[in-house]
Design a protein around this ligand. Structure first.
Ligand code: HDE
Length: 726
């Protein structure tokens, strides 16, 4: 631990001090919000008489140039678009607050990390990376998790992802990576997908990406909802305390509802059935008064500790396993408010890793160093000029005083004649605060100028193996399928074969199964037929033992907190259950289901053959025509003989049973409802409809109460793997 000058008491900052609470940013934004109002006006406040007809010389005559109402309206419309983000174009934002529950004052003097109980306003934007602004929410992709904290000491942006590592070690490779993964430039295909030649061509020549690739092709990149994913600051940062001592830190967001994923088949179907799936979920939750919540965690370690590990903490392709440094949970993030206007807030918000506050600092991670340039640079193009910091969503709550002036669309009206320093005319204000301001950690740096990569960055496979070893057999099987899908989509055999060589260096069984799936291996005994059973017992058993020796992993063979199946919180909260009804349905059972699920924080969505009243007191809010099993977490079929008879005649209802079954989600049927399960070709004939059913999440009860209790528990369990397939 290095010790440097003690930080002075910031008495000189007293005129700079602000006191904030969780509502401060919303109050600040409200000075710019506008309501519809009464009379229609143009932008200059002139009341408009008729906005539907242009001014013409005679009813059938030519338009007149003097029609300033028309020209202004059309001019504004013509300029409504701004460039979308070059990456992370598709995103969704929300407001909330950050609350510290445990002080980190031993490690940092940042007020936001030392004032326990303080609620700091935040704006968070979740995003996919590759797709265009209008692309669906659910492709296989890394998710951005960008948090802007409007702290008393200025904005702190923690611009992270839902994966703790990155593809490359040095920022200079970022444009290549992004060019390779974006749609191919000659035909702009494919949209929002990594499964194509240019991406895997690049990856096959960039072995440092193999750890990240294991995460990318795991279920981590198919999050069910925003609050079912973790967030990571990725890089190692520094914390500096009041005594000037430095520690290293990794930042984490842990979802209270646990990390949960969709299946690949669901993700693909949802992209068509509801491209706004996650955006809508967030919107509806907050609109109904709900919240999304994460715990804030830190892994803090010293330079001495880091010196004992066989990987470099400046290498963004490596994690610090939680078994080496446990995550201390010291705060929480709560999202509780939708935006008022998507463009003004979510689209115009500008995140920058360089927005940090005193007490936090960068490290020499060469990826982070490059990011410190790119984000500032990109805002100029996207937001059009140097005054984008003044946009309501971007401006800090901490006061701003400096000598910067003018530029496009300047909002601030700076008083006085002084816009330089030093000055006598303005009493030398605003003043430099010396050590009471942001001071970079005075790390001693020495070296020969070189374009080089440190040797300590040289192990590209060790942590990829650690990740693979840490997966459950089912997770491994999903990864085999994901790799098989992605490589099968590559048309160039050379690319596929090069990738197999890298896979073999991670794990031979993984490589062998993928090789078989993409036709690079003849039928061999012991290799399961891919694409058959969802989780064929053979394949799963074989993968259970498929492990590899690790390196660059701090001596660990497996690491905790990597699997999404183990150690995650389980909760029925936020889950949506499809309740299939038709005339004659047992209305009381429907009401009981609505109540029981609501009490568990879940939601029953009544789906009928058509919308409206289906039986006394039973209203269908969705119909078989505009709903689909992939949009729900479970299926419930209430009793009522006539109802079930109608449903059994509808292919959509049978499809509900089939897909819910195939996707390993809970299926519950009460009394006569059992008949719909038996009517489905998928489940009929399989012994899961008997005694073994509950183990597979097939819940058949004669009464509502017991079935609903079992359903709530099954929802929390999320998936039931290993169901026999017809
Ligand atoms: Fe970004 N990244 N990035 N990135 N990134 C952008 O900035 C960049 C990286 C991340 O919701 C851009 O304003 C470089 C890692 C998020 O508005 C751009 C490198 C991580 C968002 C940019 C990286 C991220 C961005 C595009 C390699 C996780 C969306 C628009 C050195 C720690 C923020 C913009 C939002 C956005 C550059 C790598 C996270 C071009 C050069 C690693 C969440 O500036």
């Amino acid at each position: 631990m290095d010790s440097h000058r003690k930080r002075p008491t910031p008495h000189a900052l007293s005129d700079q001090s602000v006191t904030l609470d969780e509502h401060s940013k919303i109050e600040d934004l409200s000075t710019n919000t506008a309501n519809p109002g009464e009379a229609l006006t143009d932008n200059m406040g002139h009341v408009v008489s008729d906005d539907q007809n242009t001014l013409k010389a005679g009813e059938r005559g030519p338009g007149l140039l003097e029609d300033f109402f028309f020209r202004e309206k059309m001019h504004h419309f013509d300029h409504e678009r701004i460039p979308e983000r070059v990456v992370h174009a598709r995103g969704t934002g929300a407001h909330g607050y950050f609350e510290l529950t445990e002080s980190l004052e031993d490690y940092t003097h940042a007020r936001v990390l030392t004032q326990v109980g303080k609620r700091t306003p935040v704006f968070v934007r979740f995003s996919t990376v590759v797709g265009f602004r209008g692309s669906p929410d659910t492709p296989r992709d890394v998710r951005g998790f960008a948090v802007k904290l409007y702290t008393e000491e200025g904005n702190w942006d923690l611009v992270g992802n839902n994966i703790p590592v990155f593809f490359i070690q040095d920022a200079i490779k970022f444009p290549d990576l992004v060019h390779a993964i974006k749609p191919e430039p000659h035909n702009e295909i494919p949209q929002a997908a990594s499964a194509h030649d240019t991406f895997f061509d690049f990856i096959s020549l960039t072995p440092e990406s193999m750890h990240m690739m294991m995460w990318l092709l795991s279920d981590r990149t198919l999050p069910r909802a925003f609050d079912n994913m973790e967030g990571f600051g990725v890089h190692t940062f520094r914390l500096i305390n009041a005594a000037g001592e430095s520690h290293f830190v990794k930042f984490h967001w842990k979802p209270v509802l646990g990390v949960k994923s969709l299946l690949w088949d669901e993700s693909q179907k949802i992209a068509g059935k509801d491209p706004d799936f996650q955006r809508r979920k967030l919107w509806e939750t907050l609109d109904e008064g709900g919240t999304l919540e994460w715990e804030f965690g830190v892994q803090i370690f010293s330079a001495e500790q880091a010196g004992t590990w066989d990987f470099d903490i400046l290498d963004a392709t490596k994690i610090v396993p939680e078994d080496l440094v446990p995550v201390r949970r010291v705060g929480r993030l709560v999202l509780n408010r939708n935006v008022d206007n998507f463009f003004a807030e979510t689209e115009q918000v500008a995140f920058m890793p360089t927005n940090i506050v005193p007490g936090i600092d960068f490290t020499n991670d060469p990826l982070l160093q490059g990011r410190t340039f790119s984000y500032l640079d990109t805002q100029l193009l996207r937001l059009g000029g140097p005054n984008w910091q003044e946009l309501p969503i971007n401006r800090p709550l901490a006061p701003v005083h400096n000598n910067q002036r003018d530029g496009h669309m300047r909002q601030t009206i700076n008083r006085g004649r002084v816009s330089y320093f030093p000055n006598r005319l303005g009493g030398n204000k605003p003043t430099h605060m010396g050590d009471a301001g942001f001071v970079s950690y005075p790390e001693e740096v020495r070296g020969t100028k070189r374009r080089a990569r440190a040797e300590s960055f040289g192990d590209h496979y060790g942590q990829a193996r650690l990740f693979w070893n840490s997966m459950t057999p089912v997770e491994k099987e999903h990864m085999v399928k994901a790799w098989s899908f992605e490589l099968a989509m590559c048309e160039e055999r050379e690319v596929r074969v090069r990738m197999l060589e890298h896979l073999a260096r991670v794990n031979e069984i993984l490589a062998e199964q993928v090789a078989y799936a993409i036709g690079e291996l003849p039928q061999t005994e012991g290799v399961a037929e891919p694409g058959g059973a969802q989780d064929s017992a053979d394949e799963v058993a074989r993968l259970a033992g498929a492990e590899s020796p690790t390196s660059a992993s701090g001596g660990l063979h497996k690491a905790s907190a990597l699997s999404m199946e183990e150690g995650q919180p389980q909760s029925a909260k936020g889950r949506k259950v499809a309740v299939l009804v038709a005339p004659g349905v047992d209305a009381e059972q429907v009401a009981q289901a609505q109540q029981a699920l609501k009490a568990a924080g879940a939601q029953a969505v009544v789906i009928g053959p058509r919308l409206g009243e289906i039986a006394p007191g039973v209203h269908a809010e969705k119909s078989l025509i505009n709903s689909d099993p992939v949009l729900f977490d479970a299926l419930l079929i209430p009793g009522g003989e006539a109802s079930v008879r109608v449903l059994a005649q509808r292919p959509e209802a049978l499809h509900f049973v089939a897909d819910t079954y195939r996707h390993a989600k809970p299926l519950a049927a009460i009394a006569e409802g059992h008949a719909l399960l038996s009517a489905s070709p998928v489940a009929s004939g399989l012994n899961v409809l008997g005694d073994t059913g509950p183990a597979f999440g097939i819940l058949k009860g004669s009464g509502a109460d017991a079935t609903l209790t079992a359903l709530v528990a099954a929802l929390a369990q999320h998936r039931f793997w290993g169901r026999p397939q017809a």
